[in-house]
Design a protein around this ligand. Structure first.
Ligand SMILES: [Zn+2]
Length: 154
């Protein structure tokens, strides 16, 4: 699946893929001119794009909630090797049941903990968003196809 390259990786065509063995997403980047390939974890790609710089080898992109499929930028943080080892020790054994739902704005599939979804349904929330941008576009009433504002219902 081809995804939009971030500004930082504008020279690349980026494809997102799922690696079953590792149970997480990866990106394959193909340089538009040299056609050279680079492969990195999607979380790493996202953090690097977010910071607008390459990550060092000793910078590990960690999923705060331990859900390796939840590559939302708010769920990602940079840890050093030793911090990462410590965290893995602390969290070993925790396994959350996951559900796949659709972003209410862009309809992209997102993975969430089932209990969190149940909890927000209980309080009447029916909208889920893959990121803050989708959420704010949804709230300000932007049409996902035309990206133009649609008139809000009075
Ligand atoms: Zn979305």
């Amino acid at each position: 699946m081809e995804i939009n390259s971030s500004v930082f990786y504008a020279d690349y065509t980026v494809y997102k893929s799922f690696k079953k063995k590792e149970g997480r997403f990866y990106v394959t980047m193909v340089h538009k001119i040299t056609k050279k390939h680079r492969i990195m974890a999607y979380a790493r790609y996202k953090m690097s794009s977010h910071l607008g710089r390459e990550l060092r080898k000793d910078e590990i992109v960690d999923h705060k909630n331990e859900i390796k499929l939840d590559d939302d930028i708010s769920n990602l943080q940079i840890l050093t090797h030793s911090e990462n080892i410590k965290k893995n020790k602390d969290h070993r054994g925790i396994c959350a049941r996951l559900v796949t739902i659709e972003c209410s704005f862009c309809l992209k599939e997102i993975v969430r903990q089932a209990k969190r979804v149940r909890r927000s349904e209980k309080i009447g929330s029916k909208n889920y968003f893959c990121d803050k941008q989708c959420e704010s576009k949804f709230r300000t009433g932007i049409n996902p196809v035309t990206l133009l504002p649609v008139s809000k219902p009075e």
